[in-house]
Design a protein. Structure first.
Length: 66
């Protein structure tokens, strides 16, 4: 279940980052683009990708120990 959270964070973060870097006009379905001011979009997207990666790695390590 924790892996699902990691995947969602990576998808939301990477999608929002690409949305901003490619200059799309619409925020589409990316949460951070709807909730945060434009000056924080790229930073929040990067943080979401990194947090998702950490969650995924931690979930894999935990599965390896069990």
């Amino acid at each position: 279940m924790i892996e699902l959270l990691g995947i969602l964070l990576v998808v939301q973060g990477a999608g929002g980052l690409l949305n901003r870097l490619l200059g799309a006009d619409s925020p589409s379905w990316f949460v951070q683009l709807h909730l945060l001011p434009p000056s924080l979009h790229i930073a929040a997207s990067v943080v979401m990708v990194l947090a998702g990666a950490v969650v995924l790695v931690a979930g894999r390590r935990r599965q390896g120990r069990e």
